[in-house]
Design a protein around this ligand. Sequence first.
Ligand code: SF4
Length: 250
Amino acid sequence: MRFRKLRPAKAGRIFTFFIDFYGALPYDMDENNRKMTKEAAMNQNIFKRNELLAKRVIAGLKSRNMNGYYCADRASALAQALALIPEGSSVTMGGAMSAHEIGLVDALKAGNYNFIDRDEYEDKRAAMLAAYDADFFLSSVNAMTDDGVLINSDGNANRVSAIAQGPRKVVFIVGMNKVCGDVDHAMKRARNVAATTNAQRFGLSTPCAKTGACLNCKSPDTICCQFLITRFSRHTGRIHVILVNDNLGF
Ligand code: SF4
């Protein structure tokens, strides 16, 4: 009875609402399920692609006298890193977010290791010199190629210098998101993704912090003072690269 009292236009709107509501609900659920299935399939495809690509990267590293390891997730990457670092070792690092993300830094600090934390040294030069004499240096890469060339850039050069020489062994933790097709693409990634994001992170006054793209600056704040391209290791057993099938760092 109340329905008949409504004006036709209003009644029509209410009717449309009921049709839309009850009609659309099962359709939206199907659509959501379809989207979720598609997303899961896509993730599986990316996972499989990374797994296959890691084999190529590891072969490339081997050809350059460096050791590569594939880990399907962060937990197995942590186990692999700890398997490489014997208890009692002195360990230091150069600002590697990826090592934090897999839980390695916390594990080393909590375990039976001499972890050299430069943030705890008042004398930064003493920390730097201790780092050069460490058993292990932890790092990530800013980018790498799928045939095993490692690219790192630096502002103060403490990280790239320790990768090049000093610590007895270097362990890289590398998310598959950092693997590029060739050196050119890897250099572009190092500048346009890694450095620009770090510039945001540290609140630097650089063009990339304002635009999100590298403008090849000579700003006093630039973090692109040094670029290290590691294309071969003469020292057998020194460089170890743990590839993680996940997005790590930036
Ligand atoms: S060169 Fe300058 S603009 Fe380019 S990424 Fe480095 S800091 Fe940013």
